[in-house]
Design a protein around this ligand. Structure first.
Ligand SMILES: [Zn+2]
Ligand SMILES: [Zn+2]
Length: 448
């Protein structure tokens, strides 16, 4: 019987395993009984070595931990570039309640611990975690492709494409023999069962190798340019914002009516082909280790800081400013204004002032279920356009009322939105709750 928390994604790994077995082993059974051209010894070796490499890399792509934030946030000290350029605040994940290192994203599938049991949906969301240099959450490995799993993932794709490409040549060889002998009496040729088997092998193998080849090319592109799938999306999003700003005088409006200057920003992590590939494959300069299925997973101490090129000011953060992802303006920090200098005439007055501040703090921690989604840009723009007024403001973020989809549903040219990569969109777009006060004060004190 299926358990309650059974999901279709649990079928992914068994299905892929079944596919590998079908192609690698039933093909050998077919060749064994195909009398016109049985497998040569070296062909048997090659098929089985490729199959072994595929199994090892697939297993590691599925089960190697894609990484988690160090338990103590002290182990990460955010540098200048880890702070958001516009707000000056460190990147923060409210779901994890921790600093969000550069290139990390909050995955909506990877859990913090192996088997969290939680009934309350709001709390269940906090059971997921940020993944270092998250590329995407792969449904076929039920795991994140990240700083730590990318080398295993790309090796899996490589061996799958090379191994299945090799199998394809063997299958076509047999296929052409069958075709040539099509005019011979049927009892001389292969049986109907064999013909169906050969046909299925060719169709399944061709389709799979084609799909994986495209994925391999895409992943190699990511490796060579040191740009994750999510970052490619961010680059496109940035280009869109630059275009929007160009029409609106170089600025876009953020919450609170703040005008954010938007200018073209270079992607910072492309540091040259050799370094990109070396770092992407785990940091080793030994080219053979890049192909070795049992190569070590990247050192667990890496993945929190990344070298950047010098095209831009090192203080600029990535992703570039996005007015639709900027937190709502917060009140001043205690001590920033005259509040702290204030002396109270009585203890009672002081307690009241403290309670007021406490209530303000509490109101900042709105639950995620009450997210105010920012209306999509074109809706805002049309709204402003049709309004007959001499108001010169650009189409700043207007909050949607009943709409359950806002600007987070922006899609790139391929029609992908952020959640298609497994990212928790609400945490990415509407992380409106700021860094907790305590952390900010600690941060400020450290700076002094
Ligand atoms: Zn997180
Ligand atoms: Zn994940």
């Amino acid at each position: 019987m299926l358990s309650d928390d059974f999901t279709i994604s649990q079928l992914a790994i068994p299905s892929v395993s079944l596919l590998i077995s079908f192609l690698a082993y039933t093909s050998q059974y077919f060749f064994l009984h195909f009398e016109s051209a049985p497998l040569r010894k070296d062909e048997v070796w090659k098929i089985n070595i490729f199959a072994l490499c595929i199994w090892i890399c697939y297993f590691r792509a599925c089960y190697v931990d894609p990484g988690r934030l160090p338990l103590s946030s002290k182990s990460i000290t955010p540098g200048e570039a880890d702070k958001d350029t516009t707000t000056g605040r460190p990147r923060w994940c409210r779901r994890c309640e921790a600093y969000k290192p550069p290139r990390a994203h909050h995955c909506k599938t990877c859990k913090r611990s192996a088997s969290p049991q939680c009934e309350i949906s709001e709390l269940r969301l906090t059971l997921f975690r940020c993944i270092p240099k998250m590329d995407h959450h792969c449904p076929w490995t039920s795991n994140c492709v990240s700083h730590f799993t990318f080398p295993h993932f790309i090796r899996f794709l490589f061996y799958a494409v090379v191994g299945m490409g090799y199998l394809e040549t063997l299958l076509w060889e047999r296929g052409s023999i069958v075709w040539k002998s099509r005019d011979l009496p049927s009892y001389l040729g292969p049986s109907i069962g064999q013909l169906i088997h050969l046909f299925l092998l060719i169709v399944v193998n061709s389709m799979t190798v084609f799909a994986l080849f495209i994925l391999l090319v895409r992943s190699l592109w990511s490796l060579v340019f040191n740009t994750t799938t999510i970052e490619s999306w961010e680059i496109e999003r940035h280009e869109t914002l630059v275009r929007r700003a160009r029409v609106l005088g170089g600025y876009l409006e953020a919450p609170g009516g703040k005008k954010i200057p938007i200018r073209k920003q270079e992607f910072p992590y492309d540091i040259g082909i050799w370094s990109n590939v070396k770092n992407g494959m785990g940091g080793s300069a030994n080219i053979i280790s890049w192909f070795w299925p049992l190569a070590a997973t990247p050192n667990r101490k890496t993945g929190w800081e990344f070298e950047i090129n010098d095209f831009e000011d090192p203080g600029l953060s990535w992703p570039p400013p996005d007015p639709d992802r900027i937190p709502l303006p917060a009140g001043p920090l205690p001590g920033d204004g005259p509040e702290l200098l204030k002396t109270y005439s009585s203890a009672r007055e002081e307690i009241e002032a403290f309670r007021r501040r406490q209530a303000e703090d509490l109101s900042r921690t709105r639950p995620f279920s009450e997210i105010q989604r920012r209306k999509r840009f074109h809706e805002r723009y049309q709204q402003e356009d049709s309004r007959d007024s001499d108001d010169e403001r650009g189409p700043g973020p207007v909050y949607g009322d009943q709409s359950d989809e806002g600007e987070e549903s922006w899609r790139n040219a391929e029609g992908e939105r952020l959640r298609d990569f497994g990212v928790d969109e609400d945490a990415e777009f509407y992380d409106e709750d700021d860094v907790p006060l305590g952390v900010l004060i600690k941060q400020r004190n450290k700076g002094q």
